[in-house]
Design a protein around this ligand. Structure first.
Ligand code: S3P
Length: 721
């Protein structure tokens, strides 16, 4: 347990102290502040153990110093904290503008800048002072950390751990993204709330107006009760962003006023409707909350046309290749799930303009092979293994410095498989001692092409190496023991790159540039697989899945389901943007168990959670061997699926490289999806056949690949809550 000093014991500082003490996360919390009366109150309500008269004394022995004073005072506090902080300690802050704080900290802290972890809990209210403290103010709230590439990873990890232990959800982003986002979502609304309030006060009959102010006025102006000095400082420190948004706001207010004057009802309705649509769908943010715990009642059937979102693998590649291409790339049907959004954010932080305002057509202004800039802070790729392994390849050649990290699941996934061959090519890339992320890439002089046999069949490794090969001198030749998905090969060809493909071997010449193009992403067969499963195992079902990607390196699930006797019809096969697509129709089926042919494993590698549920509903035993790789996905899918199936009363035997499942009756039960999207969706479908309710916890991962799963499944007939 750590001694923690809090400089500035207002609402945020005192709430933090209280939470730390109540959760037993600090051996002692020492406060410092300007008002001794406020500090005494803080001791009285249990927010701090004691307080000191100077910052110097407060810092003695403190392992973490939290600056929670007003933004205007942060620079002078940093000067003192920087001088007195003990070796090995960490400094962090809670300020709601990060650019100015990070700039000051860099100048003031000098060599100690690497122990400063800039932070911002998105919590609080219009009240101030220690007496307003709320012990669980941060629980279930977001905390943004904006570490720079100079910040020590261990320091970031410790601060992340601290907030996580207080129940907060920690996000990392660049200083610039943070300040822009907060300018729009917090700073501009404050400015407007003060202003609307004053507009009312300027009226002669303001008293009367106030008396009759309705809920709308009260909701809108709640934040005008906030501390004026504090908010003046916040707005001044982020003024560039805010002034820009004010300009845009003035323009739109003007055109709305003109529409009113002209009694242009249609225009007003259109303006309001687009705002309403966006406001309603903003619940996507809360949807993650909703999807944390899913409850699916037993029974039901699936029917109708089921719209499946864009293919995740292809969407990642379209964004990445577009970013390093010359010219504009337009991506239609791009999956806007969290994994692909992580890829988009990563390239934005490296200076690529990506316009997602119209999510039906994402526009990427490519910067060319050598146009990426070093990001100012580490790149967080969330749950996305594809982003990390493919980016490792691009960054190795891009001549920039960057750190790639991810969430707790991605942080334990094996990275040696991509790091070692990249090093053979001359990449200056480091990983952690456990051969996992974070990956740190520093600019290397030149890469050289290699001939490499990938020891595990992996499209991510193959693709990462081919991308590095674009930057290398000579030929890069990658071979595999089986055939992994070939989206990179198809899409690189569309971007004008020449590749030689010979069975399981693909090679390309270094130095080739990419040319921006238009891409239409097919529906994701991996997401469609859950609905194929659902329709096959439930009674009276018939669904149509239109324009699903039907690439033969991906459609193993259809072959396996057919081997299990599923009623699947594939219609209207054609090609879109170089990728085979088809309409898939699935009807209620009588499934039987099978020995899954090993050669089908690579082309069904992501669909085994769905296949295992099908096996549990089938007559007889289904056996899968030779699939150890499943233990290294978003979760250990052999053990997590086996645990879940056993909870539903299914007989299961696990092997290091597979599983045997005896089909029969399935009961209801509680499943832990361990944050794995595909485990969660597979068990949601199991409820169609189970004899009781299936509850799934830790299902929030669904938003990484299928953010609309809840609505789509519900309207198809799943009894999901
Ligand atoms: C993917 C490749 C596969 C797959 C993953 C996406 C890709 O991983 O499991 O979901 O887009 O290249 P591996 O390369 O580890 O097999």
């Amino acid at each position: 347990m750590k001694k923690i000093a809090i400089i500035g014991v207002g609402l945020i500082g005192a709430s933090l102290g209280m939470a730390l003490r109540r959760n037993g996360l600090a051996s002692e919390v020492i406060g410092f502040g300007r008002s001794s009366q406020n500090l005494e109150k803080a001791v009285e309500i249990g927010a701090i153990d004691r307080f000191e008269a100077t910052i110097r004394e407060a810092c003695v022995g403190a392992e973490i110093v939290v600056i929670a004073a007003s933004l205007g005072a942060t620079a002078s506090i940093l000067r003192e904290v920087g001088a007195y902080v003990t070796d090995g300690s960490i400094i962090t802050d809670v300020g709601s503008v990060k650019g100015s704080v990070v700039r000051d900290a860099r100048l003031i802290l000098g060599a100690k800048f690497d122990i400063f972890v800039p932070g911002h809990p998105i919590a609080g209210n219009e009240k101030s002072g220690a007496e307003a403290a709320i012990p669980d103010l941060f629980k279930d709230h977001k905390v943004i950390l904006t570490p720079t590439s100079d910040t020590r990873i261990e320091a970031v990890n410790q601060i992340e751990k601290l907030w996580t232990e207080l129940g907060s959800e920690v996000f990392k982003m660049s200083v610039e993204s943070h300040d822009r986002a907060l300018a729009m979502t917090s700073h501009l609304p404050h400015l407007l709330a003060y202003n609307v309030m004053n507009t009312l006060l300027r009226q002669d009959d303001s008293q009367l107006l106030l008396e009759f102010s309705a809920g709308g006025f009260r909701d809108f102006t709640r934040i005008a009760s906030s501390n004026p000095e504090l908010w003046a400082d916040i707005l001044l420190m982020n003024k560039e962003n805010i002034v820009k948004f004010c300009g845009e706001y003035k323009n739109s207010l003007n055109s709305l006023t003109l529409a009113l004057e002209a009694s242009d009802r249609q225009r007003i309705i259109e303006t309001f409707s687009s705002a309403k649509k966006a406001r309603d769908s903003q619940l996507i943010v809360d949807k993650k909350e909703i999807m944390k715990d899913l409850v699916v009642s037993r029974g039901g059937s699936l029917n109708g046309v089921v719209g499946i979102p864009g293919d995740k693998s292809i969407s990642h590649r379209a964004v990445m290749f577009g970013a390093i291409a010359d010219g504009l790339t337009r991506v239609r049907g791009c999956l806007m799930g969290e994994d692909v959004l992580a890829t988009i954010e990563a390239f934005r932080s490296m200076g690529v303009k990506i316009d997602t305002r119209n999510s039906d057509c994402v526009k990427i202004s490519g910067v060319g092979l050598r146009g990426l800039r070093s990001p100012t802070s580490s790149i967080n790729l969330g749950n996305s293994g594809t982003s990390m392994r493919l980016l490792a390849g691009i960054l190795s050649g891009a001549n920039i410095d960057a750190t790639l990290e991810g969430d707790s699941s991605l942080s334990v996934r094996p990275m040696g498989r991509i790091v070692y061959p990249l090093r053979q090519m001359g990449s200056n890339i480091q990983m952690s001692g456990n051969k996992t992320s974070p990956l740190r890439v520093k600019s290397a002089r030149t890469l050289n092409g290699i001939s490499y046999l990938v020891p595990v069949i992996s499209a991510q490794v193959k693709s990462g190496l081919l991308l590095a090969g674009l930057y290398a001198e000579g030929v890069t030749r990658i071979s595999e023991k089986g055939r992994s998905r070939d989206h990179s090969e198809r899409l690189l060809t569309k971007f004008g790159v020449k590749l030689d493909i010979n069975g399981n071997e693909v090679s390309l010449d270094g130095g080739q540039s990419l040319t921006g193009c238009d891409i239409t992403v097919p529906a994701d067969i991996s997401s469609a697989a859950f609905f194929m499963l659902g329709a096959a195992i439930s009674s009276d079902s018939e669904i149509l899945l239109p324009q699903v990607g039907f690439n033969e390196t991906r459609n193993g699930v259809v072959e396996i389901f057919r081997l299990m006797n599923a009623d699947i019809e594939v219609r209207d096969q054609n090609v879109s943007s170089g990728e085979p697509v088809a309409d898939i129709i699935v009807r209620t089926s009588n499934l039987s168990g099978v020995n899954i042919p090993q050669e089908l494993i690579p082309s069904a590698i992501d669909e085994f959670p769905a296949i295992f549920i099908a096996a549990a509903c089938a007559k007889g035993v289904t056996v899968l061997r030779g699939a150890e790789e499943l233990r290294h996905k978003e979760s250990d899918r052999i053990s997590v699926m086996a645990d879940g199936l056993r909870n539903l009363g299914v007989k299961v035997e696990t092997h290091t490289d597979g599983i045997s499942i005896t089909g029969g009756n399935m009961s209801g039960g509680l499943i832990d999806a361990h944050g794995d999207h595909r485990v969660a969706m597979a068990f949601a479908m199991a409820a169609l056949k189970a004899s009781g309710t299936v509850s799934i916890k830790n299902a929030e991962g669904i938003s990484t690949s299928f953010p609309t799963f809840f609505e789509v499944a519900k309207s198809a007939g799943l009894r999901i809550k």
